[in-house]
Design a protein around this ligand. Structure first.
Ligand SMILES: Nc1ncnc2c1ncn2[C@@H]1O[C@H](COP(=O)(O)OP(=O)(O)OP(=O)(O)O)[C@@H](O)[C@H]1O
Length: 876
C-alpha cells in the first residue's frame, strides 16, 4: 500500500512538473501569419478593391442623382419628415430607384449641398476608381480636385442665380447661400456680371481663345525720290507703346540731323521708317511635356538570349509590353500684337518656322526604328525599358526669354546710323530693326545707285560713331537686297535652354541627334542635327561660353535620346569641365575595357581611346558591308527588322559622340598621335554614327590644322581675341567683334549665322545627370574595342608557350567557319583589331591557318573540329 501511495504521489509530482520537451505528437494550432497594415495598404489588391468600390460608388451616386431628378417632389417630403430615420423606417416607401438610401443621399447632395453640380462627385469617385484599378495616374488627381472645387462653387452659384425661386434645388443650399450673400453685396446685375466674368475667364484660361482681328496689310517698300536737300528718308514711325518698348517719336518734316524728310503724300505712300521685327517662339509649358520611350513590343526568346549575350545584362522580362503613351502638346497660341489705330511701325510678324539646319536628305518621316518595323521588331530601348527621360522642370528659366528693348536706344542708334551714312553721302530708302537677344539688326535699304562696298568700307566709322563694341556689318545680307548692321543691345536677354527644348520643333524633331544651339537675331530657334553636321569644331577665347555651349549640346541630346541609342566618349584634359557627367557612366558613357574612369583626362589614354574609336569605326564598316547597308540608319533599320543575325556579330549600333573639351592641350602634348586618329574619324566616321565635337580656346593654325579644318564643315566661333583667330576658325573675320557670354557665329551649310547660345547652368546639368544616374543603368559603361599600342608590343615575340588565353576559342571559331579572317574573330569574340590580329598570328604559328593573303582571308589548314582538338591537345 505504502509503495502504491508513493507511486501515485510521484506521478502527481511529475504531472505538476513543467514539461521540458514538447510532445511531437501533440499538434499545436497554426499561428495566424501577422499581416502588417503598411503592407496591406501598399498591396496592389487593396488598390484594386478600392478602385472597384469607388467605381461602384460613382455609379451608385449617378443612378441615385438621376433618379432624384424625377422623384424629388415625392421623396423630398418624406426625407424632411423622417430625416436620417428614413433609412431605418421599413414602412416608408420612396420613388428613388435606389430606395431610401438613394433618396436620402441625393437629398443631401442636391438640397443641402450643391444642386446639379453634385454630379461632379460622381466624376471624382470615377477618376479615383480608375486610377486605383489601373495602378497608375491616368487622371491627375490634384488638378481634377481643383477643377471640381471650382465647378462645385461656380456651377451651384450660377444655377441658384439663374433658377431664382424655383422649387427644385438647382444650386443647392451652398449655391443659394453664395448667391444670396453676393447679390446683397453687389446687386443682382453685379452678380450676373461677376458670374459672366468668372465663366469667361475660366474659358479663356483653359482654351486660350484667340480674339485676333484680321491683320492690316503692310504697305510695300517704295523707293522715294530724293529732293535737292539731301538723303531721302521716310521716318514717320511711331512704335506702339507697349511693355518695355517706348514709342519712336515722329520726326516731322525736318530731321534734327538736318536730313530732309519727305512726308508721304497719301496714306498709301506711307512707308514706316523703322520697323521693329520681333518674333516670339511658341513654347510649350514644361508641365505639359512628357518624354516617353517609344513603344516596345515583346521580344521572342531568341532576342532575349541575344541580349544577354551581347550586353551581358541580367535577363529582363521581355514579355511585358511597355504602354504607348501620348506626347501631350497643347495647341500653341500664336503671340501676336496688333497695330494701334495710329500708324504703327512696331510690326510683329507671325512666328516664323524655326530654322532647322538640315541637309536636303534630312529624314522627314518617322524614326527609322519604326519605319522598318515589320511584325515583331527588335526594340533597343527595352534594355532599360523603365528608363525615364529627364523632365524640363529640371532646367531653369533664366530671365523671361522676352526680348527687352529700349526704344530710346533704338531711336538713338538709328539716328546715328543715318547721320553717319549721311556724312558719307550715302542715301537710304528705309531702315528697319530686328531686336534679338543680344544684338539688334538694323537693316538698310540703300537708295538706288549706292554701292554696297561703300557701306562695308565704313564699318569702322559707323562702329566709332555708335561707340559700341561688337558692331558687325553684313553687306549685303545673303538672300536679301539689304545691308545689315548689328549693334549690341544695352540690356541683353539670356536664352534659356529650357525654352528651346520646349519648342515644338525640338520636341517633335525626327532628327537623329537634335541639338538646340541657340537663337538667331530674329529669335528663331536654331536647332540642328549633329548627325548631319556631321562634326563640330568650337573655338573661342577663355570665358566666352564654350563650356556652356558643350553642356547645351550634351543636355539637348540627353533630353532626346535613350541610353541604348547614344554613347558619349568624353575627353576632358582640364579634368573639371565634364566631370559632372560621371554620374551617367552606366547609361550614356563609353570607355576602354579595364579603365576605371569613363571620362578621359590623361593624354596617353586619349590616344588609346581615339584609336579604339577608329577600331570601332572599322568594325562597324565591316558590319555595314556584311549587311549590305550604306549607313548606320539603314543598318539599324535592318537590325531592328530582324534581318541581321546577331550570331554573326550583328548588333544594334548606338550613335557615339566624342567630345574633346580642350583640343589645344592634346595637340600640344601628343601632336600627330592625336591629330591623325581625329582626322581619320572626321573623314570616315559619319556613316557609322560616330560624331565629333571638338573645342579649343587656342584657335591657331598649328592647333586647327588644314587636315582638321577640312573635315569639320560645321564650326562655331565664340568671341576670339583677333581677326586672325576668327579667320582660322571661320575663314572670315567677325568673331573678334562678338560680345562674349555665349554670343557666337556658326558656319554651317555654307552660311554664317550669328546666334546667342542657349544657356544651361552647371547645377541644372547636375540635376539632369543625377536624375539619369539614379535610374537603373547597364552593368557598366559601353565598352570600346581594346587597343594595344604597337610600340608597346614591339619586341614581344610570340611563343606558343605564352599564347593568348583566347587562343583555343579563336581556333575553334576559325575552324568551325572555315574562314581565316581577322574581322570574323573581332566580330564573334568582340575583340579589338590588334588582339584579333595577334591571335591570327598565333594561329598561323600553330599551323592552324595559312599566311596572310592581303585582302583575302587566310586559308584554314585544319578541316574538322576533331583534328583541331588533337592539335590543341598536342599543344598542351
Ligand atoms: N549662352 C550664354 N548665355 C549667358 N551667359 C553665358 C553663356 N555662355 C557663357 N555665359 C557666361 O560666361 C561665363 C563663362 O562661360 P564658360 O565657362 O562657358 O566659358 P569658357 O569659354 O568655357 O571658358 P574656359 O575656356 O575658361 O573654360 C559663364 O559662367 C556664364 O556666366
Amino acid at each position: 500500500m505504502a509503495g502504491n501511495k508513493l507511486k501515485t504521489e510521484k506521478k502527481k509530482a511529475e504531472s505538476k512538473k513543467p514539461q521540458a520537451k514538447p510532445d511531437p505528437d501533440v499538434l499545436k494550432p497554426d499561428k495566424e501569419p501577422e499581416v502588417k497594415v503598411k503592407e496591406l495598404v501598399k498591396d496592389e489588391r487593396t488598390h484594386k478593391v478600392l478602385g472597384v468600390s469607388m467605381l461602384l460608388l460613382s455609379l451608385y451616386c449617378f443612378i441615385a442623382f438621376t433618379s432624384y431628378l424625377f422623384s424629388w417632389e415625392e421623396d423630398q417630403d418624406k426625407v424632411f419628415r423622417y430625416s436620417a430615420r428614413i433609412l431605418f423606417s421599413d414602412d416608408v416607401e420612396v420613388d428613388n430607384l435606389l430606395g431610401r438610401l438613394g433618396a436620402f443621399v441625393s437629398h443631401w447632395f442636391f438640397y443641402k449641398g450643391f444642386g446639379l453640380a453634385s454630379y461632379l462627385f460622381c466624376y471624382f469617385f470615377f477618376i479615383l476608381g480608375v486610377n486605383y484599378i489601373v495602378g497608375r495616374r491616368v487622371f491627375r488627381i490634384w488638378r481634377n480636385v481643383k477643377y471640381i472645387l471650382f465647378g462645385l462653387i461656380f456651377i451651384s452659384t450660377a444655377f441658384a442665380f439663374i433658377s431664382g425661386k424655383s422649387a427644385f434645388p438647382w444650386g443647392g443650399a451652398v449655391g443659394t447661400a453664395i448667391t444670396k450673400w453676393t447679390s446683397g453685396f453687389v446687386g443682382k446685375a453685379g452678380m450676373g456680371l461677376l458670374l459672366l466674368v468668372t465663366g469667361l475667364s475660366w474659358l479663356i484660361w483653359k482654351f486660350n481663345i484667340d480674339f485676333k482681328l484680321p491683320e492690316k496689310k503692310q504697305p510695300a517698300i517704295k523707293p522715294v525720290k530724293a529732293d535737292e536737300g539731301g538723303p531721302v528718308l521716310h521716318i514717320d514711325e511711331e512704335v506702339e507703346p507697349k511693355e518695355d518698348t517706348a514709342p519712336f517719336r515722329p520726326n516731322g518734316l525736318k530731321h534734327e540731323s538736318g536730313v530732309t524728310v519727305i512726308q508721304p503724300a497719301s496714306e498709301e505712300d506711307f512707308d514706316p521708317g523703322l520697323q521693329l521685327v520681333e518674333r516670339e517662339e511658341p513654347s510649350i509649358p514644361a508641365s505639359h511635356i512628357t518624354y516617353i520611350p517609344p513603344i516596345a513590343p515583346p521580344l521572342p526568346e531568341e532576342s532575349l538570349l541575344e541580349l544577354v549575350e551581347e550586353e551581358d545584362e541580367p535577363p529582363f522580362d521581355m514579355t511585358e509590353v511597355t504602354k504607348p503613351a501620348e506626347l501631350e502638346i497643347p495647341e500653341q497660341p500664336v503671340a501676336r500684337r496688333g497695330k494701334t489705330p495710329t500708324e504703327v511701325t512696331f510690326e510683329i510678324k507671325p512666328p516664323v518656322e524655326e530654322t532647322v539646319a538640315e541637309d536636303e536628305d534630312v529624314h522627314q518621316g518617322p524614326l527609322p526604328v519604326r519605319e522598318h518595323v515589320t511584325a515583331d521588331p527588335y526594340e533597343p530601348t527595352l534594355d532599360l525599358r523603365d528608363y525615364q527621360y529627364p523632365a524640363l522642370e529640371m532646367l531653369e528659366n533664366h530671365g523671361s526669354d522676352k526680348i527687352v528693348q529700349d526704344a530710346s536706344e533704338l531711336e538713338k542708334n538709328k539716328n546715328q546710323i543715318i547721320d553717319t551714312l549721311k556724312n558719307y553721302d550715302i542715301q537710304i530708302q528705309k531702315i528697319s530693326a530686328t531686336v534679338g537677344p543680344t544684338v539688334t539688326l538694323y537693316e538698310i535699304v540703300p537708295a538706288a545707285g549706292v554701292r554696297i562696298s561703300r557701306i562695308k568700307n565704313l564699318e569702322d566709322d559707323i562702329a566709332l560713331s555708335l561707340s559700341a563694341l561688337g558692331i558687325r556689318i553684313i553687306a549685303p545680307i545673303p538672300g536679301k537686297g539689304t545691308i545689315g548692321i548689328e549693334v549690341p543691345n544695352v540690356k541683353k536677354s539670356i536664352v534659356s535652354l529650357r525654352n528651346m527644348l520646349a519648342s515644338e520643333k525640338f520636341m517633335n524633331s525626327n532628327m537623329d541627334l537634335p541639338v538646340a544651339i541657340g537663337k538667331k537675331i530674329d529669335n528663331e530657334n536654331f536647332i540642328a542635327d549633329l548627325a548631319k553636321m556631321p562634326h563640330l569644331l568650337m573655338a573661342g577665347a577663355t570665358g566666352q561660353g564654350k563650356s556652356v555651349g558643350i553642356n547645351t549640346l550634351l543636355v539637348s541630346l540627353l533630353y532626346k535620346k535613350h541610353p541604348s541609342q547614344l554613347k558619349f566618349v568624353l575627353v576632358d584634359p582640364k579634368k573639371v569641365e565634364l566631370s559632372l557627367y560621371k554620374l551617367i557612366e552606366k547609361h550614356f558613357l563609353a570607355k576602354l575595357p579595364g579603365e576605371e574612369d569613363a571620362i578621359i583626362t590623361d593624354t596617353k589614354k586619349v590616344i588609346h581611346t581615339l584609336n579604339a574609336l577608329c577600331i570601332e569605326m572599322d568594325v562597324r564598316y565591316d558590319l555595314l558591308k556584311e549587311a549590305a547597308t550604306r549607313n548606320i540608319r539603314e543598318y539599324n533599320a535592318k537590325f531592328t527588322a530582324r534581318k541581321l543575325n546577331p550570331l554573326k556579330g550583328h548588333r544594334f549600333l548606338p550613335f557615339i559622340v566624342l567630345v574633346v573639351d580642350e583640343f589645344a592641350d592634346l595637340i600640344m602634348t601628343a601632336g600627330k598621335e592625336v591629330e591623325m586618329p581625329i582626322a581619320r574619324l572626321a573623314q570616315l566616321a559619319r556613316a557609322v554614327g560616330i560624331h565629333l565635337i571638338i573645342a579649343t580656346q587656342r584657335p591657331s593654325v598649328n592647333i586647327i590644322t588644314g587636315t582638321i579644318k577640312a573635315n569639320f564643315p560645321a564650326r562655331i566661333a565664340f568671341k576670339v581675341s583677333s581677326k586672325v583667330d576668327s579667320r582660322t576658325i571661320l575663314d572670315i573675320g567677325g568673331a573678334e567683334q562678338l560680345i562674349g557670354q555665349g554670343d557666337m557665329l556658326i558656319s554651317y551649310n555654307g552660311e554664317l549665322v550669328r546666334l546667342q547660345c542657349a544657356f544651361v547652368d552647371t547645377p541644372e546639368v547636375e540635376k539632369v545627370a543625377e536624375f539619369i544616374g539614379e535610374q537603373r543603368g547597364y552593368p557598366e559603361a559601353f565598352l570600346l574595342p581594346e587597343y594595344v599600342d604597337e610600340k608597346e608590343m614591339d619586341g614581344k615575340d610570340f611563343s606558343l608557350a605564352d599564347r593568348d588565353p583566347l587562343f583555343e576559342e579563336a581556333a575553334r571559331v576559325i575552324v568551325q567557319n572555315q574562314q581565316g579572317s581577322t574581322s570574323l574573330l573581332q566580330r564573334r569574340m568582340k575583340l579589338g583589331y590588334n588582339r584579333a590580329g595577334r591571335l591570327m598570328d598565333q594561329l598561323e604559328s600553330a599551323g592552324i591557318v595559312g599566311p596572310n593573303l592581303g585582302s583575302k582571308a587566310r586559308e584554314v589548314n585544319v578541316k574538322t573540329e576533331a583534328d583541331l582538338e588533337e592539335i590543341l591537345n598536342d599543344l598542351l
